[in-house]
Design a binder for this molecule. Structure first.
Ligand SMILES: Cc1cc2nc3c(=O)[nH]c(=O)nc-3n(C[C@H](O)[C@H](O)[C@H](O)COP(=O)(O)OP(=O)(O)OC[C@H]3O[C@@H](n4cnc5c(N)ncnc54)[C@H](O)[C@@H]3O)c2cc1C
Length: 404
């Protein structure tokens, strides 16, 4: 997206994309694949088709950096020099950071839309009732809303297949609330109550025992007591802080622990310590590295206090593009700043979606044009259509082409 936008603004620029993979995925649709309502193959395109005309594709891995000399070292292509560098290597899944997860993923009861969304749907189709547990790690993850999207879809699926009465649908999260922005949290809380979903805040997964089909959580509420929304179905418990709580599962969906790719963690561009340790250090408004001024970071690996989504990158890329073009002309930065926009299209069932748009500090930032036509604080069928058809089209044909 960034390369395409740069090229559109100045076709004389010499740009290379260093990218080892030959396939590119539209990951936001993996939620729908996991619920059996989107074809996995349609989320994949050849990387070659993503490379903008006139941009060189170096099919290789970045390994290390020498920013004093403006060099990226690669696995096979030797050192590459740059005048400007945009880092956007995504996120890595740390399967072994949760004991038992690797073995559990080999069973027919544990799945993740982050790893294999087709398996999620196979497990859902085979589920005959019992505890369906949905959880996420204590680390930052891509699209923080995705673990609850598949939970709502599963709940809807079970109702449609007359299995709901035999099932507990449990959403256990280390977080304190269902969503960070109150107006959206209110809508989601109503849905949780109406649909008899068991919501367990302050549940941090610590271990899976796939032989016993059990997951253990640490209760991380700093002010323990009866939790506001832990409810329903005879599996409530009142826990003390740091207590370990084990729940049996018949289906378990989780987001694996995630972190910045190792080569970023070990690079001079990452935070060396503090809460953002290992993530790319950039100014949260200009997306420029504070020390190496010709280096920018966008996407999932950047330490930005907002949700890691493709929607966020859509607003980040133009800021990086403008700033690089200004720097090239020896001008000060453009006035264009990133304000933390991100969006979580929370699919709450087959045919309904809540479009949660927000910016830094959990401030609602719904599209003003959209707001004129639909109430974006409520779930809408039109937003489901946007998710299923509109957004994939926009991604492939507009965003990836640098047209928006
Ligand atoms: C289940 C799920 C649901 C989601 N739902 C939504 C949603 O509804 N809406 C939304 O906006 N977002 C959603 N997202 C998040 C969105 O997909 C990501 O935020 C986005 O794709 C991240 O883009 P990125 O460019 O940072 O990383 P990526 O798209 O992962 O790209 C990183 C690239 O860097 C390359 N790379 C890695 N290491 C190296 C190296 N050493 N050298 C060179 N290249 C390297 C990789 O090959 C890869 O191509 C979802 C994600 C998932 C998994």
């Amino acid at each position: 997206m960034t390369a395409a936008q740069l090229k559109r603004k100045n076709k004389n620029l010499s740009i290379a994309i260093l990218e080892p993979r030959t396939e590119h995925y539209y990951q936001p649709a993996w939620t729908l694949v996991g619920a059996g309502t989107f074809n996995f193959n349609s989320t994949r395109r050849d990387e070659a088709k993503m490379i903008p005309a006139g941009v060189e594709w170096i099919k290789d891995f970045a390994t290390t950096f020498d920013p004093e000399k403006n060099i990226v070292n690669t696995r096979n292509s030797g050192p590459i020099t740059y005048d400007y560098l945009v880092l956007s290597p995504g996120i890595q899944n740390d399967i072994d950071a949760l004991p038992g997860l690797r073995e559990a993923l080999e069973t027919d009861f544990v799945c993740s839309n982050y790893l294999d969304p087709e398996k999620t749907f196979r497990i859902l189709k085979n589920f005959k009732g019992g505890n369906a547990i949905f959880t996420q790690p204590t680390t930052p993850i891509r699209c923080g809303g995705a673990p609850q999207k598949i939970m709502y879809l599963t709940e809807d699926y079970l109702r449609k297949h007359h299995l709901r009465e035999k099932s507990n649908v449990i959403y256990a999260t280390p977080g304190s609330v269902i969503f960070g922005v109150k107006v959206f949290a209110d809508t989601l809380t109503d849905i949780i109550k109406k649909r008899n979903i068991v919501f367990k805040p302050f549940y941090a997964p610590v271990m899976i025992d796939s032989k016993k089909k059990e997951i253990t959580f640490r209760y991380v509420n700093p002010n323990p007591g009866p939790t506001a929304l832990t409810m329903n179905s005879g599996i409530n418990e009142i826990a003390s802080a740091q207590d370990l709580i084990t729940l049996p599962y018949d289906m378990l969906h989780l987001a694996p622990p995630q972190s910045a790719p190792d080569f970023i963690k070990q690079s001079p561009f990452a935070f060396a310590d503090g809460p953002n340790k290992g993530w790319l250090e950039v100014d949260i408004h200009t997306l420029q590295h504070p020390k190496y001024k010709n280096v920018f970071g966008i996407g999932d690996s950047a330490a930005l206090p907002t949700a890691k989504t493709g929607a966020a990158i859509r607003k980040q890329a133009p800021v990086v593009v403008d700033n690089i073009l200004h720097l090239m002309k020896n001008q000060s930065f453009s006035s264009h700043q990133y304000e933390g926009y991100s969006s979580c299209p929370i699919v709450t069932g087959y045919g309904e979606m809540l479009l949660c748009e927000f910016k830094y500090d959990n401030v609602r930032d719904s599209d003003p044009l959209l707001k004129r036509f639909v109430d974006t604080t409520k779930t809408q069928w039109s937003m489901w259509i946007l998710k299923k058809y509109g957004l994939p089209w926009l991604y492939w044909n507009m965003m990836m082409k640098g047209r928006m």
